[in-house]
Design a protein around this ligand. Structure first.
Ligand code: PRX
Length: 652
């Protein structure tokens, strides 16, 4: 696909869904407007354009500093600092203050395991567990600034581990438990983790996943790791390295229940989270305590209208940014009750989620278009078996939501009562950027506008703002949850996000802004795939394929997929002595699974003799993709081997 086609406008959705007036009047945002004498939404956005003022006001209501800041923001492009000079720790807001308030006995997490076991943790329970683990980490020698890698499934010990690190000023680096041992190893080594926290195993689709075994494989070559803390989930025996491994329950057994929270600088790092980019190696995105706390709490409170009476279910995995921000930090800062579910959405039957909503009276549900399309496929009969009348707002994240899925979600899950908050954001942004408020008229498929205090635009290749035409999605001023860099790689940080347009953040997405200022995000502009709302670099899958002894070269593209958004398609050139076969295809799929994790396994693998290349030897993914999708490939006369394009056409 040529750049112009890539940037062309694909959607033209006309329907508008207005929020119900009786809902609007009770929202947090409306109450804030009333308090500030703001009459309507336009005035709100306008006032918040004075963003330094706005963030000062917002921060006052959401967080408590140990020592106040002297300046709201310091912007030395491309580096930002927020709440300069403040002493702070996010754990104070997320936990300590609730444990000493009326929220002490309020449930923070309702955990449901896949086999059906249930555990409820109050804010006080959580506080004690976090303190015990924080003291234990100290005992193992973990200090402020040390990195702790966490490889855990969706169990309450995962947020406990994250908060325990943050409490003592250590930096957590959580790796999604669906990633392979080798992917975990890369991330452990990149951040030079001193300690790893994992568990024996967990449940997925009725089967056990043996995570400790995977951890051990990862740590065969991870010299920085001194200790492994193992949490018991399945109760199975695990391989053990004496002196290095220690059971979580043994470690915390006699640990003190009180642990002083480290008073950090508001700009000290809170965590790293790795995300895929256009080159092979994932990037360690850095987030800091203060601004991130304000940005995540604000967005959850306003967009999802979070109240103390709500039961919040963000059905993402904590291993991704969505879970970090909206299962762990923001809901805890707001003192919310959240659901954590361990297992697969369709296990044992396709109504597991609807059962959970009914059982716990979930009021706010936040999920991805991929999940919605999966449930659509099963049909509304499964939904109808359950009373979902507790729901009051719905949300979507991770990829553009197609209007068909939007309408299904609105009709069958929200019963035409609940507005859908389609939130656009990224690992790098830390929190929602483009998103409706519950007072915003909605157009299915559009994430609407940048929230008050935030700014986005669409630029053409020359860096000029464009309307009603596809272009590059950019963020035009800094925001509180903005990434602070890429760990150990400032050049990559500057090049990836800040080199195309001066002092403006390049999101890497293609979008269009319509006549009402609504944004329509169409997908990635760069060579990054979006599979089920998760970012996977084409080049990462290619390097995984090429690491197989029989593979000479590989090119990976995304093809539109009705459930997953994009499906991974690989074109592989084998080494001379290898022959294509169905077995080899299976083997390569598994090989990518082992290298990266199941999510990255190609849906299709085609064996070809050659791949289209430039004269300098660069594989032309763009040409391959156009050919594979039956689109015009444009001028290929400059290719070193134009005949290779025909090979792609034959591979169908
Ligand atoms: O392409 C956009 C897509 O997901 C990318 C960010 O991926 P990640 O950092 O893994 O974070 C996902 C969860 C926040 C974006 O660059 N994306 C995310 N939300 C939306 C979206 N695309 C369209 N609409 C959205 N609501």
């Amino acid at each position: 696909m040529s750049k112009e086609e890539n940037i062309s406008v694909l959607l033209d959705e006309k329907r508008v869904f207005k929020p119900r007036e009786e809902f609007v009047v009770q929202t947090n945002v409306k109450q804030w407007m009333d308090k500030h004498g703001i009459k309507n939404a336009d005035e709100l956005y306008e006032k918040a354009d004075n963003w330094e003022w706005f963030w000062e006001e917002i921060s006052k209501e959401l967080v408590e500093w140990y020592e106040p800041y002297s300046k709201v923001v310091e912007w030395n492009p491309p580096y930002v600092k927020w709440f300069i000079g403040a002493k702070y720790n996010i754990v104070h807001d997320a936990l300590d203050r609730h444990a000493h308030s009326w929220r002490k006995n309020k449930v923070a997490y309702i955990f449901e395991g896949e086999p059906g076991d249930v555990k409820k943790l109050t804010y006080y329970d959580l506080y004690i567990e976090v303190n015990k683990l924080a003291n234990s980490l100290k005992k193992l020698g973990v200090k402020k600034g040390d990195r702790v890698a966490i490889y855990m499934p969706m169990i309450p010990e995962l947020p406990i581990a994250m908060l325990a690190c943050a409490k003592i000023g250590a930096i957590h680096s959580v790796v999604f438990s669906g990633f392979s041992a080798l992917a975990f190893r890369d991330r452990v080594n990149d951040c030079e983790a001193k300690v790893v926290i994992t568990c024996d195993g967990f449940w997925r689709r009725g089967r056990k996943v043996y995570l400790k075994e995977q951890t051990d494989v990862a740590l065969e070559d991870a010299p920085s790791v001194e200790h492994v803390i193992v949490c018991k989930r399945t109760g199975d025996g695990v391989p053990w390295t004496p002196g290095r491994d220690v059971w979580w329950h043994d470690l915390v057994f006699d640990a003190s229940k009180e642990c002083e929270t480290e008073r950090l600088d508001a700009n000290d790092p809170l965590f790293f989270l790795y995300t895929s980019g256009t080159t092979g190696k994932p990037k360690g995105i850095i987030h800091a305590h203060g601004g991130y706390a304000v940005g995540t709490a604000y967005t959850l409170k306003w967009v999802f209208d979070m109240k103390d009476t709500d039961v919040w279910w963000c059905a993402a995995d904590i291993g991704w940014i969505t879970g970090h921000s909206y299962i762990v930090y923001a809901p805890l800062i707001l003192g919310a009750t959240s659901v954590i579910y361990e297992g697969a959405p369709n296990y044992p039957e396709p109504d597991r989620w609807w059962q959970i909503i009914e059982k716990y009276n979930v009021t706010l549900l936040y999920t991805s278009p991929t999940s919605i399309r999966l449930f659509m496929k099963y049909g509304e009969e499964w939904v109808k078996k359950h009373d979902l009348s507790s729901l009051r707002l719905l949300g979507s994240v991770g990829e553009p939501i197609n209007p068909e899925a939007w309408i299904w979600y609105y009709k069958h899950i929200g019963n035409e009562r609940c507005q859908i908050m389609d939130t656009w954001w990224q690992t790098e942004t830390g929190h929602f950027i483009i998103s409706p408020l519950p007072i915003t008229p909605l157009k299915p498929g559009s994430a609407t506008k940048p929230l008050p205090g935030l700014a986005a635009d669409v630029y053409n290749e020359q860096g000029e703002p464009v309307q009603n035409a596809g272009g590059n999605l950019v963020l035009t001023h800094p925001w509180p949850g903005m990434l602070r860099g890429i760990y150990k790689n400032p050049e990559r940080y500057e090049k990836t996000y800040w080199s195309k347009f001066k002092n403006v953040y390049l999101a890497g997405d293609v979008a269009r802004k319509d006549e009402d200022g609504y944004f329509w995000v169409q997908g990635r502009a760069d060579d990054v795939l979006n599979v089920s709302g998760h970012r996977i670099g084409n080049s990462e899958v290619e390097s995984a394929l090429v690491s197989h002894p029989l593979v000479a070269e590989a090119a990976v593209i995304g093809k539109p997929h009705s459930l997953k958004g994009e499906a991974i398609t690989a074109y592989v050139v084998l080494k001379k002595d290898a022959a294509p076969s169905e077995e080899l295809r299976k083997e390569l799929r598994e090989h990518v699974g082992n290298e990266m994790g199941k999510i990255a396994r190609p849906d299709e693998i085609w064996f070809v003799n050659d791949l289209p290349k430039t004269r300098s030897g660069k594989i032309m993914r763009r040409v391959i993709r156009s050919k594979a999708l039956g689109q015009d490939v444009g001028d290929i006369s400059t290719l070193a081997n134009p005949e290779a394009v025909k090979e792609i056409a034959r591979a169908k």
